[in-house]
Design a protein around this ligand. Sequence first.
Ligand code: UDP
Ligand code: GLC
Length: 380
Amino acid sequence: MNKILFVDHTAVMGGAEISLLDLATAYSQTSKVMLFDDGPLQQRLETSGVEVATVKASETLLNLRTSGGLNSLSMIPELWNMAGAIAREAKDYDLVLANSQKAFITAALSALRGSPAICWHLRDILTAKHFSKVNRTVAIFMANRFASRVLVNSHATGKAFVAAGGKEELVRVVYNGFESERFDAVTMEDCQEARDRLGMGNAPLVGLFSRLSYWKGQHILLEAIRKLPQVHAILVGEALFGEQDYVSELKTLAELPELAGRVHWLGFRDDIPTLMKACDIVVHTSTEPEPFGRVIVEGQLAQRPVIASAAGGALELIEDGVNGYLFPPEDIISLRQLIDKLISDRTLAKSVAQQGYEDAKTNFAMETILKSFAQALVLD
Ligand code: UDP
Ligand code: GLC
């Protein structure tokens, strides 16, 4: 088993960090995680028996936006120091695996300071929308020059890397893995209790389980149910990366008379399987191509029909009408029609949900994914 030094700049529980928690837990006997910040991930890793080293970066580095331009170059001196810290930690490991872009740039620099092989677990689609030209140019240059491997969370993520100039031979697809037991363990009583707490009787319930952020498209769901007066929605998640303006806009939208009382804000939760099973439908509404989309597979494992935005990794997870449904990104009318159809045709909803469950269990079982992860890290 490889001795891996995992590195991430954030300790906030986004999907990339939840996946890191799973991988680092599987490698806890031989590996360690280095974080650039304190946060819930640190505690979660330690509880799972993973050794953690936190080397705090400055707020300026942590808050630097990937969409920013040349000003990021002013961070080079700090990145160089952080690279030294990685190189010191990495002495006893076979390879460094960077879980975020900031971690990768720093890890790549650490190659110049004596680190072993550097690999990047790329979990973002490198498009102009989220990443400035400078940012993409630097990341691709560093990957081509210093990375021994670029693990990508979907073919869509891999294609975008290559389209941006990344070397194809570095790329290996490693999907996220899931333990279905957490979903199978939820009882009818758990679901009923969760619904009772919402105080919405037997109304149809649609759930969206993403951090509150414009590109995750919570507004698309609210617009879609605006004209479905019987439907309630739960928004599960919070703004993890400072998007308070969007949250205020969403709250204003939810207070419109047509929606008032039907939108339930649950904040960040750890009982996702129960909450998904309390729903009639799980939706994914990203306005931009989703690199992978953990919530889509989780909705399938919860045996609920999933409606996802048809772009990016979602196209690799859902076969439209077979194991879930797809709608064109931002197409409120199509989403509304699909919600309406699944609420009125329970037999159809059930059969699609069942197929989704079987496919998710087969394709994304943790054990299978851990094998593909280990294989991707066999360096020639
Ligand atoms: N999630 C969670 N609690 C919440 C909202 C979301 O644990 O309140 C989890 C969700 O179950 C999923 C992850 O956060 O595993 C989000 O991952 P995804 O790949 O869907 O999106 P990301 O945020 O990484 O872009
Ligand atoms: C990133 C992506 C998300 C993916 C997750 C896990 O956070 O935004 O789509 O599911 O990484 O790889």
